[in-house]
Design a protein around this ligand. Structure first.
Ligand code: GCU
Ligand code: CA
Length: 129
């Protein structure tokens, strides 16, 4: 089972605009972050319990790779390379492993180049096994 957190649904935040001009997204739109270092998409997730969790981030990128730091509860725990998917309407998912606490956690995708983030559709949190 998975819990889905849409990028356009509060308490998620998007340092940019919620857009719907590229088809294939889930929900009502996706986060089009500003083209800038640090223009982030942030999700607030609540796992069934503390521990290492697998999350899948759905994204599209019609340009060159747009790497980002993965910041959990304010701590950078890894990086993710949102490579080109060939078109802004071609969506793909990236799986990340993140350490989560019991209760509410923030997962922030913090782009590290001036191109900013890929477009971000949602984050799925896999339920504990
Ligand atoms: C285009 C595209 C956007 C995308 C942007 C970018 O404008 O339509 O969805 O976010 O490029 O380069 O970030
Ligand atoms: Ca953008």
């Amino acid at each position: 089972d998975r819990q889905r957190y849409e990028a356009e649904s509060a308490p998620a935040t998007c340092d940019g605009t919620i857009d719907s001009n590229h088809p294939g997204f889930s929900g009502t739109g996706f986060c089009n972050g500003d083209n800038a270092v640090g223009a982030a998409a942030q999700f607030t997730v609540t796992p069934e319990g503390a521990g290492s969790a697998t999350v899948a981030v759905r994204f599209a990128n019609g340009a060159d790779a747009r790497p980002a730091d993965v910041v959990v509860n304010g701590v950078t725990v890894g990086t993710v390379s949102f490579e080109s998917t060939g078109a802004w309407s071609a969506w793909a998912t990236k799986e990340l492993t993140v350490p989560l606490n019991a209760g509410s956690n923030t997962i922030r995708l913090h782009p590290t180049t001036p191109a900013g983030l890929a477009n971000i559709d949602y984050l799925d949190l896999a339920a504990a096994a």
